[in-house]
Structure formats: structure tokens, C-alpha cells
Design a protein around this ligand. Structure first.
Ligand SMILES: C[S@@+](CC[C@H](N)C(=O)[O-])C[C@H]1O[C@@H](n2cnc3c(N)ncnc32)[C@H](O)[C@@H]1O
Length: 322
């Protein structure tokens, strides 16, 4: 089947080149220009596009993501189909992933795999930890749909934090798509200007309850001072036993993103890469040192792309409030 799928894929992919170019242009226009017009994050679109792709390629069932993605004005599922159709046909014939999306063995991930890998690593820790908490706070939630499907749990109160414009937009699209969000407490916070806990408490957060904080794909857009400030707040205010999950990016990822076009595109929607760590050598130690300097202890960690001689691209880390 694998050989047959390749025989079909190669000519199909070649024939699809003009459509794929059109698809890329459509997706980029919606993600960059429409996000700018609506005044929301384009990086959040990047993530929902990847999670929609994982859903379509049967890697991770996520109907809630598919529903939201279909309703968002700032992405184009038609454009994504134009880009991905030949790969999807190959996947359907052979039953195994090829080029993208794919899940290489741990440590062998490349830049193209990082959102897929990151989503799975976070999922695996959330799956385990959500059983022991009563509150789940998603910081910089963007278009993450974990609170509406895969991780919906009785007995857990959900909070989503994001910048006011992004949150208002998500809520309007959720309503338009008839996705129920009554169980979610929406908290508008700009990490660069406000204290997380003041706003959380106003929205019903209970300081005595063990909480899982998810901070996925956000630390890189803040300064080190802002990252440390939010960690300090969690350390000092969250109940003992609470967990903070975050991804921390390596300097080498920053260098890749700093290449002119990507930086300019991010700046167009007022997003730029700021905080990274030097994970080139002794990355385990470098990460622990950073976390322990904020008096949190390190739980499970994953280093994406660690087999590369330049070190990992990023770390997914569980930080414990003991
Ligand atoms: C790459 S997206 C990640 C979204 C989501 N966590 C996910 O994994 O799907 C980054 C998110 O962080 C939010 N964000 C960035 N800077 C922020 C800030 N200063 N305050 C609050 N949220 C912020 C953006 O609005 C966006 O929703």
C-alpha cells in the first residue's frame, strides 16, 4: 500500500502545485491580514490550523477544534485543503503519515513537527494531572478547544485567560458556531499590564483549590521579567499541589524566527519573540536552573528535537507548587 500510495501521491502533488500555492496565499491572507483587521493574534491561528490538520489526519480527535476552525473568519479551511489534499490522499491509502503532519520518535522532531509534538506532549501531562485538580486555567488560551471537548471533566472549573480583543473574538465565534461555552469563565488579562490573580479571583477562581495552569505557546511572546512575574504570582498564590505547564523556547528557535520575514509578519499583528533560554548544552540543567530560581520544582519534561547537535528547539515542562 505504501508503494501504491507513493505512485498516486507524486503525480497528484505535482499537479496540485498551483492549487497549493493558491492555498498558501489564502491561508496567509486570512491568518495575517484578516487577524490584523479583526485585531487578534495570528499566532493563535497557526495553532488551530495545526490542530485541525491533526484532526483531519486522524491523529487526534478534536471535533470542537474542527467546528471552531470552520467558523473563524481568520483562517481558510479551503486553503488548507488545497495545500494538504495530496498528503491526505496518500495518508488515506497507506494509513500512515508522510512528511506532514507526522509524529517522529521523541527527540527527532524538526521545526515542521513542533506544534504537533507540543500538542501531544501537553495532552499527555494534562490527561494525567486533570484528574487531581478542581480548576483548569488556560493562560493565553487563544483558539485552544481543550475546554470544549477532549478535556471537559465534571468537577473541574474552567478558566480561559487572554487579551481582551482575542477573547471577545473567540466568544463571538463560539456563539456564532453554537458551541456552548457557559461552563468556561473568561478572564481578560494582558500579562504585560495586569496581575493574573486579581482578575481570576474576580471571575470566581478559588485560591484554596488545586489548579492546573496551562501556558502553551505564550512565554516566547513575553519578556523574561513578565514570564518570571507570572510564575511568581502562581508560586505565591496557587494552592499547594497546583501545577503550571509551559513551553520554554531555545535561543536557536529564536534565531530561526528572527529571520526577517517571520519577524516582520509577527510584528504586523503586534507579536514578537522575546523570551528564550540557552538550551544548546546541558539543556536539562539550564531548564531546571531557571525553574528552581523561581522556587518551583520540576516534574515531567519533554525536550522537542533534543537529538539535534544544536540542542532541543523547546522544552515542555511541568512545574510543581510543592
Ligand atoms: C500561539 S497562541 C497560543 C494559543 C493557545 N495557548 C494554544 O496553544 O492554542 C498565543 C496566545 O497568547 C496570547 N497572548 C500573547 N501575549 C499575551 C499577553 N500579553 N497577555 C495575554 N495573552 C497573551 C495571544 O493572544 C494568543 O492567544
Amino acid at each position: 500500500m505504501s508503494i501504491l500510495s507513493l505512485f498516486i501521491y507524486v503525480p497528484l502533488q505535482v499537479a496540485f502545485i498551483p492549487f497549493a500555492v493558491l492555498g498558501v496565499m489564502l491561508v496567509a491572507y486570512k491568518q495575517i491580514v484578516v487577524s490584523k483587521k479583526v485585531g487578534v493574534s495570528q499566532t493563535a491561528v497557526e495553532i488551530i490550523n495545526a490542530r485541525w490538520t491533526m484532526h483531519i489526519f486522524s491523529m487526534r480527535d478534536d471535533d470542537a477544534t474542527a467546528k471552531l476552525a470552520a467558523a473563524l473568519p481568520n483562517t481558510s479551511l479551503f486553503g488548507l485543503w488545497l495545500v494538504l489534499f495530496p498528503l491526505w490522499v496518500k495518508f488515506k491509502i497507506s494509513g500512515s503519515p508522510f512528511l506532514y503532519p507526522r509524529r517522529p520518535e521523541p527527540g527527532s522532531e524538526t521545526l515542521a513537527d513542533f506544534i504537533v509534538a507540543r500538542t501531544f506532549y501537553f495532552d499527555s501531562i494534562i490527561e494525567r494531572e486533570i484528574r487531581g485538580v478542581e480548576q483548569f486555567v488556560m493562560m493565553g488560551a487563544g483558539y485552544d478547544m481543550r475546554a470544549y471537548g477532549n478535556f471537559l471533566r465534571d468537577g473541574v472549573t474552567f478558566f480561559e485567560i487572554d487579551q481582551p480583543s482575542v477573547q471577545q473574538h473567540k466568544r463571538a465565534v463560539l456563539d456564532g458556531a453554537r458551541i456552548s461555552s457557559e461552563h468556561v469563565n473568561f478572564v481578560s488579562v494582558d500579562f504585560t499590564k495586569e496581575n493574573v490573580f486579581d482578575k481570576l479571583i474576580e471571575s470566581g477562581y478559588d485560591l484554596t483549590k488545586k489548579t492546573l495552569f496551562l501556558w502553551e505557546g505564550v512565554t516566547l511572546y513575553l519578556s523574561e521579567t513578565e514570564v518570571r512575574k507570572a510564575i511568581k504570582e502562581i508560586r505565591s498564590k496557587a494552592a499547594v499541589g497546583s501545577i503550571l505547564l509551559a513551553d520554554i523556547y531555545a535561543d536557536r528557535m529564536f534565531k530561526k524566527f528572527k529571520s526577517g520575514a517571520i519577524t516582520k509578519t509577527l510584528e504586523y499583528t503586534n507579536e514578537s519573540i522575546k523570551f528564550t533560554l540557552n538550551l544548546a548544552t546541558n539543556y536539562d540543567e539550564a531548564l531546571s536552573e531557571f525553574i528552581e530560581s523561581e522556587s518551583l520544582s520540576v516534574g515531567e519534561t519533554f525536550f522537542i528535537g533534543w537529538k539535534d547537535e544544536k540542542g532541543p528547539l523547546l522544552a515542555i515542562v511541568e512545574m510543581k507548587c510543592d
